[in-house]
Design a protein around this ligand. Structure first.
Ligand code: SF4
Length: 499
């Protein structure tokens, strides 16, 4: 079950940069329940990471049961059941990285460890923690989380809470953590002071403990009343044990909120509530704003096609505003209804999300999408997506649309131009040449992807929508759009570019 040191050394390749965004989930049971309770929760979070899945359970006798491997939850469910046992704490993790191969699956729990650790985000100074590790362990680690995990397990003469208080204030960057402590039998939920990534918990509907997860969509089967779901406050550590919920003082530095706005744009499920906003509503309003831009320019498409699934909600919003405008300006209702989003692109659900694939992302596009010629032939098409990051997928989709007979193909992005790398746990590396919008005008980008035009929501408009829906005015990280990094990056302490 545990990673052998030799495996770890073989897997660690600092040239790769082990990059990920992930989903975390956990249970605390007052009386032991099967570890497999994690399966539906991790399945509901699988959009956050499809490369690997892991579960670790704390048994009443203090031993740990674990399963970790590549692949999605559905493909591993029977093997997770093989590791099944009645546990008091269950930790689960959906992992996403862009470097292929078996590495750094979470939750971490090695032979003899006191705690198991799972992480969503990216710690930007993991090498600054090495002094917390025994000297002979300072050269062997597979990821930022692994360094943290080792630091929490170091110095066994200290209690876990002393370790948390010693280690956590030193961390920089993005970290939503779930930690199971073998000695005290407690579950800890931690969120960084900026609150980059979401993390929530709620009492189980049968009263037998608590469930925790990155996103509220994962609580469906276990929580009766969504009003009981609590967001772990940024810059805090919550302990869950037989006494219920207690906040553990950590001494995090005080800082402004910097919630990742990309959680609302793309990462989160439309069925989730993130940072207090309904993700579906946010995306729809961004689509509304996009349409207002086109209406102001006098641009009306023949047909609106969402890039499923990520652009579907924004396309609804775009369509809604466009139809309202046409009705208000006396257009024939039969003509107006043609501006409802059309199924012009069918998605093959048996192919993994292109953005998530570790290798060959562009090659999967033709497998993943099919154009419906009748919808686009001879038409001025607007393709609506949540974002245009590298442009590879969009270029292929436009070519497919043209081959199917589209007269014009116009792209509309429900987020602004992504121009800068992310160091806080999302796979836009600092290699700016990967990002199609860096140092390019909209006209340049349209030429490269062979679109008749491309349009983006304005950053101010998007932030205004997020501020209004969350009630958190300007408390967002927008660094990938404007280059303003809320937590400074010390390149010498980074592990890879985004681990
Ligand atoms: Fe999110 Fe972009 Fe900030 Fe990264 S840089 S945390 S993707 S908003």
């Amino acid at each position: 079950m545990a990673l052998a040191e030799s495996d770890i050394a073989a897997l660690y390749n600092p040239e790769n940069g082990l990059r990920h965004n992930c989903g975390v989930a956990a249970f605390y049971f007052n009386t032991p329940r099967p570890l497999s309770n994690l399966v539906p929760v991790l399945a509901a979070l699988n959009h956050r990471g499809e490369e690997g899945v892991g579960v670790v359970g704390l048994l009443p006798d203090g031993t740990m049961s674990a399963f970790r491997d590549e692949g999605i939850v559905r493909d591993n469910a029977s093997r997770i059941l093989d590791a099944n046992a009645d546990v008091t704490i269950a930790l689960g993790h959906d992992r996403y990285s862009t470097s292929g191969g078996a590495c750094a699956w979470q939750p971490f729990c090695e032979e003899g460890d006191r705690v198991a650790t799972a992480h969503n985000g990216n710690i930007t100074n993991p090498l600054g923690l090495l002094h917390e590790l025994p000297e002979d362990e300072r050269a062997i680690f597979v990821s930022d989380t692994h360094v943290l995990h080792k630091a929490l397990n170091a110095k066994p003469e200290q209690t876990i809470e002393q370790r948390l208080q010693a280690v956590l204030p030193q961390l920089e960057g993005a970290f939503s953590l779930t930690i199971a402590d073998r000695e005290t039998g407690a579950l800890y939920l931690v969120r960084d002071p900026s609150g980059f990534r979401p993390l929530h918990y709620a009492p189980l509907k049968d009263g037998n403990g608590f469930v925790a997860a990155s996103e509220t969509v994962a609580f469906t089967q276990f929580v009766d009343d969504t009003a009981s779901i609590v967001e772990v406050p940024r810059g805090s550590c919550v302990r869950i044990d037989a006494n219920g919920i207690t906040e553990v003082p950590i001494g995090f530095p005080k800082t402004d909120a910097a919630h990742c706005i990309f959680e609302l744009v793309y990462l989160g499920s439309p069925a989730s509530e993130i940072f207090g906003a309904k993700v579906h509503r946010f995306r729809k309003e961004c689509g509304n704003a996009l349409a207002q831009e086109d209406i102001a320019l006098g641009f009306v498409p023949d047909v609106i096609v969402p890039v499923r699934d990520s652009g579907a909600t924004a396309a609804n919003g775009y369509s809604e505003s466009m139809m309202r405008y046409l009705i208000e300006h006396g257009h024939d209702p039969s003509e107006v209804t043609q501006r409802m989003p059309q199924e012009g692109l069918l998605r093959n659900n048996y192919v993994r999300r292109t953005f998530i694939l570790p290798d060959g992302r562009g090659d999967a596009v033709a497998e993943k999408f099919t154009v419906v010629p009748d919808v686009v032939r001879g038409k001025k098409v607007v393709l609506v997506d949540d974002s245009v990051v590298r442009g590879n997928t969009m270029t292929k989709l436009i070519r497919m649309m043209r081959e199917a007979g589209a007269l014009e193909v116009h792209v509309r992005s429900a987020s602004p131009q992504v121009k800068h790398g992310c160091y806080y746990g999302v796979d836009f590396t600092g290699e700016k040449e990967e990002l199609i919008a860096t140092n390019r005008t909209e006209a340049d980008i349209a030429t490269i992807i062979d679109a008749d035009s491309i349009g983006y929501i304005r950053l101010n408009d998007m932030v205004a929508i997020a501020s209004r829906l969350t009630g958190r005015k300007n408390g967002f990280c927008t660094a990938c759009f404007d280059g303003k990094y809320p937590v400074p990056i010390n390149q010498e302490l980074l592990l890879g570019k985004s681990c």
